[in-house]
Design a protein around this ligand. Structure first.
Ligand code: ADP
Ligand code: MG
Length: 266
């Protein structure tokens, strides 16, 4: 049975898509069977993994509207992860779904047939708290909240956690918050750390460690159709995502933590 994780934050530019692509590639490196779902009508995940959203014929839109089964629409990317791609048509799904009964469950039902084919399914949510994100949260076991630590970040987290509460009450009682993932992190500024501490104190959420540092290597990856695991595999950013992938896969992360063992006996 696949473990299903949604990556959500209604703010754009906080590295949701980057985190989904990087975690997906890192989990694939670990030998896990991974499916990525692009739930954003801007289709950035689809594009950044080398597919052209303007020429794709079948997309997650057809799946959400019940026209096609998800398995038919899945493509394999150069990173080796499978992808349920998006096109701009997905913007129209929102309106169609709103007129339907059970609209929040469309993705969960569509993925049900694929749960035995994958170990991990990662859902890239759009930057809104609309019906597409609710579909992502309804289909998920856990949600990861990428957070760029800047002034007023906490307000967005509060709204998202309210939405998670609604989803638990109405459509998915078992949804867990895996934690906040600090992204675009600048450890040199006390400000980033202060914002993070404030979010933890207010909302009692876990902070996933290590934070993902800001690095130009990330900006280069999407244009190549590969994730940073392929374009800058030895960078700190790639390694940070590898550690999160190990934790998601239920593997020990200890061997990658800098040695702090006591010296061998003399
Ligand atoms: P979202 O999906 O939340 O809108 P993206 O993943 O598209 O965010 O990231 C927004 C921008 O930030 C992209 O240009 C991406 O390449 C860049 N980016 C993501 N992570 C980092 C990082 N750690 N350092 C520098 N740039 C990053
Ligand atoms: Mg995105």
């Amino acid at each position: 049975m696949a473990h299903v994780l949604a990556v959500a934050n209604q703010k754009g530019g906080v590295a949701k898509t980057t985190s989904v692509a990087s975690l997906g590639a890192a989990l694939t490196e670990l030998g896990r069977r991974v499916l990525l779902v692009d739930l954003d009508p801007q289709a950035c995940l689809t594009f950044s993994l080398g597919l052209d959203p303007d020429t794709i014929e079948l997309s997650v839109h057809d799946v959400l509207l019940g026209r096609l089964s998800a398995g038919i629409v899945v493509s394999t990317t150069a990173d080796g992860t499978d992808l349920l791609p998006a096109t701009i048509e997905l913007a129209g799904s929102e309106a169609v779904l709103l007129s339907r009964t059970g609209r929040e469950h469309a993705l969960r039902l569509a993925l049900a047939d694929l749960l035995d084919d994958y170990d991990v399914i990662l859902i890239d949510c759009p930057p809104s708290l609309g019906v597409l994100t609710i579909n992502g949260l309804t289909a998920a076991d856990e949600v990861i909240v990428p957070l760029q630590c800047e002034t007023l970040s906490h307000r967005g987290v509060g709204q998202l956690l309210d939405t998670v509460q609604d989803v638990r009450r109405l459509t998915n009682a078992g949804l867990r918050v895996r934690g906040v993932l600090p992204t675009l992190f600048d450890a040199r500024t006390a400000h980033s750390r202060a914002v993070l501490a404030d979010v933890v104190a207010r909302y009692h959420v876990d902070v996933l460690s290590p934070p993902i540092a800001r690095s130009v290597r990330f900006a280069e990856a999407p244009g190549t159709g590969r994730s940073i695991l392929a374009t800058a595999g030895r960078s700190k950013g790639a390694d940070a995502y590898r550690r999160h992938a190990r934790a998601i896969a239920g593997l020990s992360t200890a061997d990658e933590i800098p040695a702090r063992r006591s010296p061998p006996p003399a």
